[in-house]
Design a protein. Structure first.
Length: 291
């Protein structure tokens, strides 16, 4: 028997956002504009590569928390000044949160881009309403300022709902390579005859259900990484290999072949890197620390 919550019409409309093709003409120019921003090395900072996971979810806590707190204080007497300070704090904090979100959004798949655009629109409305709320309060129109603030909180809540859908339903942000250590068998695993891997080329091989990138070097060393990019599962074996690194063909994340470390984003997590050995002409691999 279904509960009342299970019958709420929430999931269907949220899933429909990812199929909203009417947004596509807007997405392409906005995406290109974000990608062309002259951010340089700051782009990896915005992605959160230094943190090991996306920075955007952490930064959104400040504006949302400040605005929620202002909403509570607006119901209490003698809190006008405190509410204004909180709203202003939220408005200022929304700027870096939006910038990190935009940087991440520009490197997503089309269904995620559609949902993300609506998410951004809702948050932009929230920011506009809170800015108008501050202006109304400054003119002494306290009641109007409070109503605008609650409107902003509603819009921010909708944006948060869509953000949760993006993160957990559409899989934006999690490390796509994280399951690999849990589904690879322990100990040394046979991949194939080492001669079947041409020197200097990235080749895709399968280890059970796990795809691998195999790169045989002229020195005789063989580098093996999990093939699905930790960012959005792109096929690294179809990417470009240069200077000891492989660059994902989908969104440009770059990983060292020697240890799987991500040296540039948008990926924030490294690739699982396998130890290798050649036994009787057969390439064998295992994950480090495997028994």
């Amino acid at each position: 028997m279904e509960s009342g919550l299970e019958r709420l019409p929430v999931v269907g409309p949220l899933d429909a956002l990812g199929r909203l093709r009417a947004l596509d003409p807007v997405i392409s120019p906005v995406q290109n504009a974000v990608r062309k921003l002259p951010l340089g090395g700051l782009r990896d900072v915005l992605h959160g590569r230094w943190l090991g996971h996306p920075l955007h979810p952490a930064l959104v806590q400040l504006p949302v928390g400040a605005w929620m707190s202002a909403g509570v204080l607006d119901m209490l007497p003698g809190t006008r000044r405190a509410s204004r300070v909180l709203i202003a704090t939220g408005v200022l904090a929304a700027v870096p949160a939006a910038l990190t979100g935009a940087a991440d959004w520009a490197e997503l798949h089309k269904p995620q881009l559609r949902s993300g655009l609506v998410h951004a629109a809702a948050n932009t409305v929230a920011l506009g309403l809170y800015t108008a709320s501050l202006a109304a309060r400054a003119r002494g129109r306290e009641c109007r300022g409070r109503l605008l603030g609650y409107g902003g909180l509603t819009a921010a809540g909708l944006g948060g709902l869509i953000g949760g859908h993006l993160a957990y339903r559409q899989g934006v942000g999690p490390n796509k390579a994280e399951p690999v250590p849990h589904i690879v068998g322990q100990g040394w695993q046979r991949v194939g005859k080492v001669d079947q891997f041409p020197v200097g080329q990235a080749v895709r091989a399968m280890l059970g259900e796990v795809p691998l990138l195999v790169h045989r070097e002229s020195s005789g060393a063989v580098r093996v990484l999990a093939d699905r990019c930790s960012h959005q599962s792109g096929p690294l074996s179809q990417g470009t290999v240069a200077e000891g690194c492989v660059t994902c063909p989908w969104h440009g994340s770059t990983f060292r072949l020697s240890d799987g470390q991500n040296v540039s984003g948008p990926a924030t997590a490294p690739q699982p890197c396998f130890e290798t050995r050649v036994s009787d002409g057969v390439l064998e691999v295992r994950l480090p620390d495997a028994d």
